[in-house]
Design a binder for this molecule. Sequence first.
Ligand code: PLP
Length: 388
Amino acid sequence: MDTTWQTRLLHPDAQIPGGYRSLATPVHRGSTTLFPSAAAVTDKWDQERFGYTYGLYGTPTTLELAARIAALEGGGRTILTPGGQSAISLIDFALLRSGDHILVPHSVYGPNRWLTTALLARFGVSATFYDPEIGAEIASLMRENTRLVWTESPGSVTMEVQDVPAIAAAAHARGALVVLDNTWSAGVLFDAFAHGVDVTMQALTKYVGGHSDLLLGSVTVRDDALYQRLGAARQVIGCAASPDDCSLALRGLQTLAVRLAAIGASALAIAGWLAQRPEVDLVLHPALPACPGHELWKRDFTGSSGVFSIVFRPGPSWEQVCAFVDALELFEVGYSWAGTTSLAVAYTIAPAGGRPAYDHRLVRFSIGLESTEDLIADLGRALPALSS
Ligand SMILES: Cc1ncc(COP(=O)(O)O)c(C=O)c1O
């Protein structure tokens, strides 16, 4: 039909040549997804089964990333979320109901703990925080209504390695599901499904993104019934991943193997150097033989990434620990690890809730891609700030 130029701005008749091929996945943005006819309109969320219906449930960009994460983790299907924490909350809201009980390691990522204590409790879900090194003994904490056991290995900040197969066996014997936050392993250094996990999540924000410039999360399952529950919950909670962020994550995947290898080797060398320093009491890096949990790490993991912590010997005050962090010139101070720039953050770990009594003596590092030699020199230069 004949239209004005104003209308043609929205209904163009411009022609472009077909047949373009590129190595990059195109960024398909879109809230509205077009249907071929009035009768074809549907709000079904499972795009693989029913075709594309709405941007919230996926565009070719987000679904490609989801399929690639599923393949990488050896899972069946992956749902993407706007960040790692929303992946955590999606799992809880999809799989729990009022009256349920869950088990959560006391070493779990802080916002996962707060979700449990501050929000799930309001919806009638109770929780027991357990010693992450409990292993098969977790059977003694299982209740009639225990539906889900969270694991995170190594644990956030304090780096405890969990006996995931033993925990999974005990949980499955009582009909509970096992969920793993597999972010430290980038979903590849620990084969979650082979070790009995039912649901994995990752903050793709970290190693998959790899450049500190995006927020994304993933939830991966092998079981289709679980996928249906997670997908249905995602539809009503409404957490969609941005196609722009997914395209950056797809780019991140191309270099994940080399970044992880370089960062892992550098972190291990730096951790080994720190272990020799008189100021340092403990190096919490599971690939070091002296680190608690090393044997489990050796049994279950195929490598180590770049995040580890140190605990100073008693003596320095909190202010002196902060002075050490501030004296570092190459390590920046900030959250969200796994990028190319090294980071350091000081933590106070109170013994409350079963956590180790590291007090204010812990510093967590995320090693980036600077030269190992320069990072060690930076640490050596900053350590005297502990006693000044
Ligand atoms: C172990 C772990 N899980 C989950 C998250 C949450 O990821 P995001 O920051 O993408 O919400 C983080 C973030 O620091 C984390 O360290």
